[in-house]
Design a protein around this ligand. Sequence first.
Ligand code: MG
Ligand code: ZN
Length: 217
Amino acid sequence: MMQNPVLICDFDGTVTENDNIIAIMKKFAPPEWVLLKDGVLSQGISIKEGVGRMFSLLPSSQKEEITQFILQDAKIREGFADFVTYTKEAGIPLYIVSGGMDFFVKPILNGLVPDDHIYCNEADFSNSHIHISWPHTCDGQCTNECGCCKPSIVRRVAPEQDIIVVGDSVTDLEAAKLADLVIARDLLLEKSEVLGLNYKPFQTFYDVIEHVKEVVK
Ligand code: MG
Ligand code: ZN
């Protein structure tokens, strides 16, 4: 049983049903974005390079259009609000750790998760094309060029605690390797199996609540 659990939860494809970066690129980017995405998913190029170059394909003049589109398009996964309530009642700190961008992550989580429990990247629209700044880059122990470095954040916010990582993709893998329990779907589920991590599958946040209850009772 965990004495001192902390929840580290991904955003894109986890809190939301789909990946918002992919949705934005599909709608607004020229075809070059596909190669960059494939490079990131196959771990051929770093997340930081791939995602940074994808956003640099988009003109800053489309800020309003992109923001409106993604706030309408994003769907929060079933059970998330109840999951947030559960973590408060159970006294388990919940951090959203996201490779997504502030202009959609924070508005979508507004009223659910306070800003000081959200770690994400920042999009700068002040030049001709979108520039991503990376406020949470890798610490000295990570050489993956993560962009938003999930393992570095885990080390900082939960150095001694029992770590539960909730996620869906390769971008959660380095944090998952540090976790005592991984609650996973999609690609992260496959990778957790291959790496022999302690993992449970989920579809909705009601599944996540059940898996957490099993280890913190
Ligand atoms: Mg994700
Ligand atoms: Zn890193």
